[in-house]
Design a protein around this ligand. Structure first.
Ligand code: GLN
Length: 491
């Protein structure tokens, strides 16, 4: 099978399958072969043993006119971040404590993909429990960026980002709590979208911070991302925070016309700390948007400076509560040689969690403790409302989307920030406010820096207005001429 097929868009792959140019089995084999060849990137932690068998079944369905119409991803391989439950396939959140966990059920997003005909090819590497920005916190080792293998892919969904960037699958799902889809997408030069909180079911996702976690998509192009989001979005009675609202056909909004669209540019996002090259790339993009007929509007999100602090109170608080369930009794790994119940908890959790996860649990229990609850947790909740209010004000009165950087820098070197948690946390300074407000954010390649590393642009939409986000992203992608640029080592 021709290697270049691995770089095709989903629509072309679908056409190839429908017209019998290749079978799903051949397609899956092509990607499995690439996964093996680029193993050194460490993007996958597990392959799904029955992928070939599923492809065989898809090949039968591909002959049935009804199924061909009904299943938009029939026969197309997709990868899942290892935080997404897959019945019968070990799911670990890349933590030692879950290293033997075989889920008895699948996440709703997994089921939805399968119902759409997709072949789940494997599980991707990530920071333990999705805590991190570099994918260096994984029990299964760091992931490498295919643009420069001495650099990080971003995190926490680093494996999913690399998977798409190196074309080890045409699309992958990730999760984003404070930037974990958008930042790695930016570092790896692919499209990544975190939808509005409530748009996609969280049922069957290993929980980190429940009021922030959302599942989203990595893909090579805006259209591919839109197509996968159409499949996984929607109300789910198993997730009380999913919203009962119709899912628009996102791919229909990709007209290329954005004349008259008002693009808000927050002044707080172009201050100190941002790399000059990144800032220049974003400004160049804004000029292009203007040329395309969009209107640039200066806006202010005055509470931006508090967002990071608020996040690092709320997210650890929720994490400490969510991770209390890993006690060595109910799930996963149990430590040997404990003297009594307390000792069993102590040993299991000491051995089972990595240092970053322990740090978050300690932060979380501290801010929730009775003496400090009001001063930290309660206060953070109030400030979170102010951060969300800034966005509401902007969308109500001034703009249709907000455009800003995804991260202050391009991909940094492996090991550069591992000893300084605060430096690592600062990576998410532009993605976290959007998460606190529960809004959709898409990361789109917009340029390359002088080292040849991709720069990402963030497009933020109003709540449940992914449609406009996709529309603006698609128009930019058409004009920017970056489509079809891939890391040299994988072409
Ligand atoms: N890097 C952020 C953190 O470590 C965000 C992670 C995420 O979105 N899952 O919390």
């Amino acid at each position: 099978m021709r290697e270049d097929i691995a770089f095709w868009e989903i629509e072309a792959l679908r056409r190839g399958l429908l017209e019998g140019e290749f079978s799903s089995k051949e397609l899956v084999a092509l990607f499995l072969d690439r996964i093996e060849r680029f193993k050194s990137l460490n993007a996958f932690v597990r392959l799904c043993d029955d992928a070939m068998k599923e492809a065989e079944k898809a090949d039968v369905l591909l002959k049935d006119p009804v199924q061909r119409k009904r299943k938009p991803l029939l026969g197309i391989p997709v990868a899942l971040k290892d935080v997404i439950l897959t019945k019968g396939v070990t799911t670990t959140a890349c933590s030692r404590i879950l290293s033997n966990f075989l889920p008895p059920y699948s996440a709703t997003v997994t089921t939805k993909l399968q119902e759409a005909g997709a072949i789940i090819i494997g599980k991707t590497n990530m920071d333990e429990f999705a805590m991190g920005s570099s994918n260096e916190n994984s029990y299964f080792g760091a992931v490498k960026n295919p643009w420069d293998t001495e650099r990080v892919p971003g995190g926490s969904s680093g494996g999913s980002a690399v998977c798409v960037s190196a074309r080890l699958a045409p699309a992958a799902l990730g999760s984003d709590t404070g930037g974990s889809i958008r930042q790695p997408a930016s570092f790896c030069g692919v499209v990544g979208i975190k939808p509005t909180y409530g748009r996609v079911s969280r049922y069957g996702i290993v929980a980190f911070a429940s009021s922030l976690d959302q599942v989203g998509t990595f893909a090579g192009t805006v259209k591919d991302a839109a197509e996968v989001m159409e499949v996984i979005s929607g109300f789910d009675r198993n997730d009380s925070t999913s919203v009962e609202m119709e899912v628009p056909k996102y791919s229909a909004s990709l007209t290329g016309d954005i004349s008259g669209i008002r693009i808000g540019v927050p002044k707080e996002y172009f201050v100190g700390g941002i790399d000059a090259e990144v800032s220049d790339s974003i400004k160049k993009a804004l000029t292009l948007f203007e040329k395309m007929g969009a209107r640039i509007v200066d806006i202010s999100l005055p509470h931006t400076e508090y967002a990071l602090a608020v996040y690092y109170i709320i997210a650890p608080a929720e994490a400490s509560s969510n991770l209390a369930r890993y006690d060595g009794i109910r799930y996963g790994v149990r430590a040997e040689g404990a003297n009594d119940l307390i000792d069993l908890y102590y040993k299991t959790r000491s051995e089972g969690f990595g240092p970053e996860v322990k740090r978050r649990i300690m932060l979380g229990t501290y801010v929730l403790s009775s003496g400090y609850y009001d001063a930290y947790y309660l206060k953070a909740q109030k400030v979170r409302a102010l951060v969300a209010g800034d966005f509401k004000e902007a969308f109500d009165n001034q703009c249709d989307v907000i455009v800003c950087p995804v991260a202050p820098t391009t991909a940094f070197k492996l090991g550069d920030k591992v000893d300084d948690p605060v430096k690592m946390y600062l990576n998410d300074i532009f993605t976290i406010p959007v998460s606190l407000a529960g809004l959709p954010g898409l990361s789109l390649p917009c340029d390359f820096d002088s080292k040849g590393l991709p720069v990402g642009l963030q497009i933020v939409g109003n709540a449940f207005d992914e449609e406009t986000v996709f529309k603006v992203a698609y128009a930019f992608e058409c004009e920017a001429g970056l489509k079809g640029k891939h890391p040299k080592m994988v072409t």
